[in-house]
Design a protein around this ligand. Sequence first.
Ligand code: ADP
Ligand code: ADP
Length: 232
Amino acid sequence: MIHCRNMMKIYKLDNEIEVIALQGLDLDVEKGELMGIIGSSGSGKSTLLNILGGLDRPSAGKLLVDGKDLLRLSDKELVKYKLETVGFVWQNNARNLLPYLTAVENVELPMLLKGRHKRERAIELLEMVGMGHRKYSRLNQLSGGEQQRIAIAIGLANNPRLLLADEPTGSVDTKTADIILDVFRTLNQQLGVTIVIVTHDTQLMKKMDRVVAIRDGKTSSEILRRRIYEEE
Ligand code: ADP
Ligand code: ADP
């Protein structure tokens, strides 16, 4: 699903200073894999997710996602790729929900579909993340973890083949984190969605197929699930 070689990302600041965010990153992700990415702050994790999601472009290297060469896509093609292939679960998603609208209205809002299908699809998505029973609750009646699941439902609206999540369990308790991870697992196993999750949560990492560490803009090591267990 993802094949990335020697990828570079250099940010040019106004004063001609360059920041090297990715320097020769290699990464392969299999279709249907649930993969974790760890790394300290500033190591390049968000830069990588943004590039994989078509929100930003690499400066150099090779990057194929779902058979597409992201370096060669035109701006228009990149937007199409983003809309049709990728789903995002950012921590901010949950913060951007509208508190006085219901769960189902929040899920409908960013959808491009029209009319009744939109409502049906929104309900289907809420059921997928185990929130069907709260579809008519206003967002301000839901706990932080429940809101996070609404954010995941929104990320799934376009049936993405690749789901990118940045600290999806960042602000929730262990129990809710487990529920969220189960949602990801289900998507992964039943729908074959490839999922890449940036996280610091070691509990969450244990449940992934594979965890890769990024350091100074490079993939520094591959930590298999088995090894994480052994290290504890
Ligand atoms: P992480 O997500 O692991 O914390 P980032 O990808 O956000 O790391 O950042 C990697 C490096 O790139 C950091 O040095 C950061 O300051 C820099 N950086 C990230 N985004 C930008 C930007 N838009 N402009 C300039 N520098 C950036
Ligand atoms: P958490 O411990 O995960 O933050 P809360 O204690 O906030 O959970 O909420 C527990 C349950 O009560 C949740 O199902 C939430 O949806 C519900 N709830 C919380 N606040 C309200 C409210 N103002 N009105 C209706 N239901 C609420």
